[in-house]
Design a protein around this ligand. Structure first.
Ligand code: ATP
Length: 360
């Protein structure tokens, strides 16, 4: 289908920079997610790929062809705005035919393509039904079918599940991913919801303030975030950052934190600052009876089989994930330590991860 490349892509609105010199290669058949908080430039990036917005500078390539200044209609890309944007008074067949009629396809081709899309989406038995009479899931499939009949090289989706309730959203995530796999298309999907991103993506680009901070598989984004922002944005709760008041040197394998020595992965790099952070996920900390960092239980959140404890310490609040049969009371004094060596040291002056045995 299609490889999409963006090179030094930049977009300003007056003095405001919405997308800063971004570079990405989205591979053929990849399910690629642009993830980040509101206003970080996801939609602007997607609209430039679609041809709905022109770049201020930089280029977009579709299968190596420079399409940066081609109109949307010349790009062979389908933009799926909102999965519910259908014509409710028309039947399913007419809704699916519509984009092809607009493009003046022959009746025969329209019938072939509509039937093919309907079968793929398992709505071929509904072709004569009015869209207004359909259940939510079937309506979503019709909306997808509208993009599918064009057989585009790539699908671009901007928060397509944004308005749905949680349960339905989960189901549609699975359906979208399955559809993607069935048709072998390249998909670029925008969301601010990390769970959606983690569950569907082959790779995720985490954006903030117009910049792509990291583009990697969900597993690497979660376990080896390259910046504090990514580490905190991904995960619920996000990563803990424990202040480390010492300079980090190559070969260092422990740090001193509040009268406790904690092992860290063997460091390959050095910090430029002497105020750094030990990044550790809540599931990689454990309660201990001695030689730990001390604090008081401030909050307990039940999550079924697990609990998240918030521990108030002189270093700030730290979150730990424990089994739900762990017995602790609010205000109880506890100690905690690291469970394994899956920690990352972030440089206090750059907020970037320092290269370590764990990160490589
Ligand atoms: P959201 O999830 O809220 O849509 P986003 O990450 O998709 O966020 P964009 O819609 O790309 O963000 O917007 C990035 C920034 O650019 C925002 O601050 C937005 O206000 C600004 N922006 C977008 N379009 C325009 C425009 N046409 N004119 C001026 N500013 C714009």
């Amino acid at each position: 289908m299609a490889e999409i490349e963006i090179k030094n892509l930049h977009k300003s609105f007056g003095d405001f920079i919405a997308v800063k010199n971004s570079n990405l290669v989205i591979e053929n058949k990849e399910f690629f997610v642009l993830l980040g908080p509101s206003g970080c430039g996801k939609t602007t990036t997607l609209r430039m790929i679609a041809g709905l917005e022109l770049p201020t500078s930089g280029n977009i390539y579709l299968d190596k062809e420079d399409v940066s200044y081609l109109r949307a209609s010349q790009r062979d890309i389908a933009f799926v705005f909102q999965l519910f944007a259908l014509y409710p008074h028309l039947n399913v067949k007419n809704n699916l035919s519509f984009p092809l009629k607009m493009q003046k396809f022959s009746k025969k081709d329209i019938n072939t393509r509509v039937l093919e899309a309907a079968k793929l989406l398992r709505i071929d038995h509904l072709l004569k039904s009015k869209v207004s009479s359909l259940a939510g899931g079937d309506r979503q499939r019709v909306a997808l079918g509208r993009a599918l009949v064009r057989r585009p090289k790539a699908f671009l989706m901007d928060e397509p599940l944004g308005t749905l309730d949680a349960e339905f959203r989960e189901l549609m995530c699975l359906e979208l991913r399955k559809l993607h796999d069935d048709i072998d298309a390249t998909t670029v999907y925008v969301t601010h919801d990390q769970q959606e991103a983690m569950s569907m993506a082959d790779r995720i680009a985490v954006m903030n303030e117009g910049e792509i901070l990291q583009a990697d598989s969900p597993n690497i984004i979660y376990n080896k975030p390259k910046t504090k922002f990514v580490a905190n944005f991904i995960g619920s709760p996000g990563m803990n950052f424990i202040p480390v008041n010492e300079k980090i040197s190559p070969n260092q394998s422990s740090v001193n934190i509040s009268e406790t020595t904690l092992p860290i992965p063997f460091q390959r790099g050095a910090s430029s600052s002497d105020q750094n952070f030990l990044g550790v996920r809540p599931e990689n900390l454990k309660l201990v009876s001695e030689n730990g960092i001390k604090g008081n239980i401030f909050g307990v959140e039940y999550l079924g089989s697990r609990k998240i404890l918030t521990i108030e310490t002189s270093l700030g609040n730290i979150k730990i994930r424990v089994d739900s049969d762990t017995n602790v009371k609010i205000n109880e004094q506890v100690q905690f330590n690291t469970l394994n060596n899956n920690q990352i040291i972030f440089d206090g002056s750059t907020d970037k991860a320092i290269a370590s045995e764990f990160m490589t």
